[in-house]
Design a protein around this ligand. Sequence first.
Ligand code: MG
Length: 157
Amino acid sequence: MRIGHGYDVHRLVPGRRCIIGGVDIPHEAGLEGHSDADVLTHAVMDALLGALALGDIGAHFPDTDARFAGADSIALLRQISALMRARGWKLSNLDATVLAQAPRIAPYISAMRENLARAIGCGEERISVKATTEEGLGFTGQKQGIAAHCVCLIEEI
Ligand code: MG
């Protein structure tokens, strides 16, 4: 077995969609980035790549590459999952936390788990998504951005 950790942050700005865990959440601001800026899915991919010791998503999907402009991060996660299987590993479980003052994440957690599980090709019981505010403190508390952490365990097939 191997463990991995991922962390990501995206700035909240007007005029962008707010896509988290593959769910397009109605909100007054959205996440800025080269891809769809899905902060949770990025943390998940970095955790998987970390467990595989295969670098990070910036190395696999460079933000200088026009092919990844507006990219669907769930589709990128499918690619990382295929890479994991090709290397002889499968997900045992992952546990992720989204740090956001707004929007409220709770109503969308089950849809996020479903999206992540489908992209990874595993059961939803292996996918945990949690959310917290930071009590108005720091950049997430001030609604300047949203952060996500993820840890995962992978096992040899
Ligand atoms: Mg990112």
